[in-house]
Design a protein around this ligand. Sequence first.
Ligand code: NAD
Ligand code: ZN
Length: 238
Amino acid sequence: MNMEDLKTKLAASERIAVLTGAGISSESGIPTFRGEGGLWETFRAEDLATPEAFARDPAFVWRWYEMRREYCQKAQPNAGHCALARLESSASEVRIFTQNVDGLHQRAGSAAVVELHGNLFTGRCTVCGRIKKGLDSPLAQIPPWCPGCGGLLRPDVLWFGEHYDAAILEEALQFLRRSNVVLIVGTSAAVSVPAQLAQEAMQYGAFSIEVNPQETMLSAWVDCHLSGNAGEVLPKLV
Ligand code: NAD
Ligand code: ZN
């Protein structure tokens, strides 16, 4: 299918599900976890993004998040994020399911964003569960404490070995099953739940488009693989 046909297909779709991963933010200067220059080349995931690491040394983990928050705050949404925000203002019902924690979709103007892995700028109390949004960078204190009960706050992100929120996942599945198109952007699909979400949509008949400069384990299954950067491909598609 050529780009014109794909555009027509998107425009005629009632419901579009978009799955995004770290790749869509790489043109904003935010490193991905895997691949060249990925964060895990310098840091080991198991030292940082796990409940065990946090229990061992909360300040160390918070300092890593502080660094990430700082460069995400400075980063700007790119042409890929903006194209998706424009898609939302079209006739179709569009929902973005992102693995990203950087908040750039919202800053680009997308309203229907489901953050599957949480958000860097939100903290959650390890004692009372209270949610503290809009944590500024730099933090006044590391680690930060709950304004309600004084308990230790943790980043409100999904760590390795943790479970997805069941209600969010169920709602995502419902939407994906009813989608006419699933657009998969900038994810290596190495994390199994997002890959399963994509596959679910395809099994239920969604036309699938992948945007990624590299092949992924989903590439062989999608209807159309568009090889290239999100910031170049998405504006052409939308
Ligand atoms: P990943 O790091 O595993 O894979 C990134 C993918 O993006 C690769 O397939 C790569 O080929 C592709 N890519 C690179 N540049 C691209 C571009 N310009 N356009 C399109 N695709 C491009 O990312 P993932 O699958 O999202 O990994 C999941 C984990 O990484 C999640 O838990 C997520 O929370 C975390 N993460 C998030 C951020 C962020 O919020 N921006 C940054 C790093 C990691
Ligand atoms: Zn608390």
